[in-house]
Design a protein around this ligand. Structure first.
Ligand code: NDP
Ligand code: OXD
Length: 310
């Protein structure tokens, strides 16, 4: 039986080599050369592939996302019914995201946009010292990524709050859940960071009404999915000064069309969905572990909860 890889051309060989380095006996096929459909037991895939095509493999027993997010697998028609889906939970992925979060929190906290504007105008002027203990940070999503970012921000001295679907208690982090919890946390978030999965419940979460709950002049960081933010509402909030700055690693669509105002907005920092990039050599061990578990009939790891959608 074989494993089919389906990702962009440039990433295919890296994934194949990383998997074979761990288990040289694996038979790896590269999309679109799947060979006999009846011999495919697992598909390891990333966005941009036709989910309906997965139904061509009669003995498919596992689908693996090449990222932490599985929204690309959940949109219609979704994976074939009854086939488990695993995602990545990976230390390199977490490290990359935490670095992006720290970079952008510190960018806004340390008044970097103001100092860059002053430099452009040859102005030598000291702004008031930022007060870390007074800069309240709210994190939407306290999973693998959100909880690590929360701990590192807390270690720097920021007061950190986090919102999750189920009640969650993390050392030093004030936890919130539910709609009331969300409203309470937003009301106190000077910097809001979105690290949620994209699901029907979280799509469009950051709309005009919720952005208006933030303290005036708050900052927004989004490295989750573009669909979490209602972009025209964010643009209006930036124009009105309700939001003082936004760092966006994800947008809807990706990339934005060249005329989109975010590209040239003085208070928007864009990165091209590069906050954290999957490194095949780091992610491969859990994929091979799952293939071995599958063949041995042992419980799989990092499985998606279909009822929750992530
Ligand atoms: P996890 O599944 O580990 O964590 C998700 C968190 O979101 C959990 O705390 C979960 O709550 C919470 N959550 C989910 N649904 C809701 C809801 N309806 N209301 C409140 N909280 C909710 O995901 P990861 O941390 O691994 O990844 C998060 C997302 O980051 C990915 O889905 C992906 O979209 C994005 N990502 C972006 C990258 C980039 O480069 N830009 C790189 C990697 C990931 P609970 O704890 O109760 O389950
Ligand atoms: C992911 C991503 O979900 O890179 O891993 O967006």
């Amino acid at each position: 039986m074989a494993v089919l890889l389906a990702t962009k051309e440039s990433a295919m060989a890296g994934w194949r080599d990383a998997l074979l380095a761990l288990d040289p006996a694996l038979e790896i096929r590269l999309h679109p050369d799947s060979g006999d459909p009846a011999t495919i037991e697992a598909v390891v895939m990333w966005t941009g592939h036709d989910l309906a095509a997965l139904r061509r493999f009669p003995d498919l027993r596992l689908i693996v996302s090449m990222g932490a997010g599985v929204d690309h697998l959940m949109r219609p028609p979704g994976p074939p019914p009854g086939i488990p889906v695993a995602r990545l939970v990976d230390t390199r992925l977490t490290q990359g995201m935490t670095e992006w979060v720290l970079q952008n929190v510190l960018r806004f906290h340390r008044q970097d946009p103001e100092y860059r504007a002053q430099q452009a105008a040859a102005i030598w002027h000291e702004l008031p010292a930022p007060d870390t203990a007074q800069r309240r940070i709210g994190i939407l999503g306290l999973g693998a990524l959100g909880s690590d970012a929360a701990a590192k921000l807390r270690a720097l001295g920021f007061p950190v709050m986090g919102w999750s679907r189920r009640p969650k208690s993390l050392p030093g982090i004030e936890g919130f859940h539910g709609e009331d919890g969300l409203r309470a946390m937003l009301g106190r978030s000077d910097i809001l960071i979105c690290l949620l999965p994209l699901t029907p419940e979280t799509q469009g979460l950051l709309n005009a009404e919720r952005l208006a709950l933030l303290p005036r002049g708050a900052f927004l960081l989004n490295a989750a999915r573009g669909g979490h933010v209602v972009q025209p509402d964010l643009l209006a909030a930036l124009e009105s000064g309700q939001i003082a700055g936004a760092a966006l690693d994800v947008t809807e669509p990706e990339p934005l069309p060249p005329e989109h105002p975010f590209w040239r907005h003085p208070r928007v920092v864009l990165t091209p969905h590069a906050a954290s990039i999957t490194i095949p050599a780091s992610a491969a061990p859990q994929v091979v572990e799952n293939l071995h578990r599958l063949r041995d009939g042992r419980p799989l790891i990092n499985l998606v909860d279909f009822a929750a959608g992530y």
